[in-house]
Design a protein around this ligand. Structure first.
Ligand code: FE2
Ligand code: FE2
Length: 168
């Protein structure tokens, strides 16, 4: 049975994953309106992944006798000045998510809830991957700078980062 404390912390993470999904959805739409179909496709896929992270948490909370709840979400911003600005925000957001996961891991450990601690290890590994992928993208964007040709090629290359993408 989940403690009240962990129920609250995990439900807070449900909201964070849902907000992540909305943020990437908004970024995808912005990229799409700017003619960058590859970047848009990558971000739509990221948005779907965040929803899966949310659902996985909800299932765990309910399986452990807690109650997963659906709450209001903060509206994401809908415009960005540049792709660099957008990907900087994406990277910062993933770091924020990792910190949030780490805090719950700490609570689970202090409360000696080893089942929750074990469950959260999947999120710990996932965040290592997501942070390093976001950093890789940002490094490339920084390399490209304002070069339109570079961005055009990047829009095609980013498709390789989508899991099970047929355009590989
Ligand atoms: Fe996530
Ligand atoms: Fe993420």
């Amino acid at each position: 049975m989940l403690s009240k404390n962990l129920d609250t912390a995990l439900n807070n993470q449900v909201r964070i994953e849902a907000e992540s999904s909305q943020i990437y959805l908004s970024m995808a739409s912005w990229a799409e309106t700017h003619g960058f179909e590859g970047i848009a496709k990558f971000l739509y896929a990221q948005s779907d992944e965040e929803r899966i992270h949310m659902l996985k948490l909800m299932k765990f909370i309910n399986d452990r006798g807690g109650h997963a709840t659906v709450s209001d979400l903060k509206a994401p911003k809908s415009n960005y000045k540049t792709f660099k600005e957008m990907f900087e925000e994406l990277y910062k957001h993933e770091i924020f998510v990792s910190e949030s996961i780490n805090k719950i891991v700490h609570v689970a450990f202090s409360e000696q809830d080893y089942a929750t601690h074990n469950f959260l290890q999947w999120y710990v590994s996932e965040q290592i991957e997501e942070e390093s992928q976001a950093k890789l993208i940002l490094d490339k964007i920084n390399m490209i700078g304002d070069d339109k040709g570079g961005l055009y090629l990047f829009d095609r290359d980013i498709l390789q980062l989508i899991p099970n993408n047929s355009a590989k």
